[in-house]
Unconditional design. Structure first.
Length: 233
């Protein structure tokens, strides 16, 4: 008899513990997930170019002086174009050996300059001048920070309005008097189309300077996504 009473008490305690351990979950009814977006093709307005010079010399001191002279000349040339920003990039010197006996043959140095500007014509003219001594490594086009922020703010408003329109349409479709916003996340995504640089025709086949390069900056696509949940009233 005592054993049965003890078993009944143990079972009651277990049921009570289970009731406290697993509270009833609150169900959220009439909640709908919605996504909307707004996108726009934007003309790239910022040019970034990397140029480099590479020289060799048996004397490392003479090589360093030669590279420094060319870099200084590039900086001074860029001063003629105030709308173009120029800065020095990586620079390194390394030995070159013969393949046969691994004997030191010469020293080689490579130095880089970076150019950035929203003035494509001035940047192209500067690149043409620098190419008398430098080689162009890459030219890229992007959207400037100021323009990106402006368009991004406009697309955020547009995506939000599209989200609201979808929410209102769904509420009407389900014969609901309205809705309330549960949560909303806004994200941006930028993707660029490759630009098409073109080399202009030289006025003379024996022109001293490299001809100015015509640039087709291309476009970048900016998209703003609005994702969230609403609850029908």
């Amino acid at each position: 008899m005592r054993l049965s009473s003890f078993s009944a008490l143990a079972l009651l305690g277990a049921l009570s513990s289970a009731a406290f351990a697993a509270p009833e979950e609150t169900l959220n009814y009439n909640v709908v997930n919605i996504s909307a977006e707004a996108s726009r093709d934007i003309s790239n307005d910022l040019m970034n170019a990397n140029l480099f010079v590479e020289k060799s010399n048996k004397q490392p001191a003479e090589l360093a002086a030669q590279i420094n002279q060319l870099m200084t000349q590039a900086i001074n040339t860029a001063k003629k174009y105030p709308t173009v920003k120029i800065e020095t990039g990586s620079q390194h010197t390394y030995p070159v050996y013969d393949n046969d006996n691994r004997k030191l043959r010469e020293w080689r140095a490579r130095a880089q300059v970076r150019i950035e500007s929203t003035d494509f014509k001035a940047a192209s003219q500067l690149i043409a001048e620098l190419q008398q001594n430098f080689q162009t490594e890459s030219i890229n086009f992007t959207v400037s920070e100021a323009k990106r922020k402006k368009v991004e703010n406009e697309l955020m408003l547009e995506a939000s309005k599209n989200f609201q329109q979808r929410a209102q349409s769904l509420a009407q479709a389900w014969n609901k008097p309205g809705y309330q916003l549960v949560n909303l996340n806004i994200n941006t995504n930028n993707s660029g189309y490759p630009p098409v640089p073109r080399m202009a025709m030289a006025k003379s086949a024996y022109a001293e300077a490299v001809p100015e390069q015509e640039m087709a900056a291309g476009e970048s696509k900016m998209t703003v996504n609005a994702n969230g949940s609403i609850q029908f009233k």
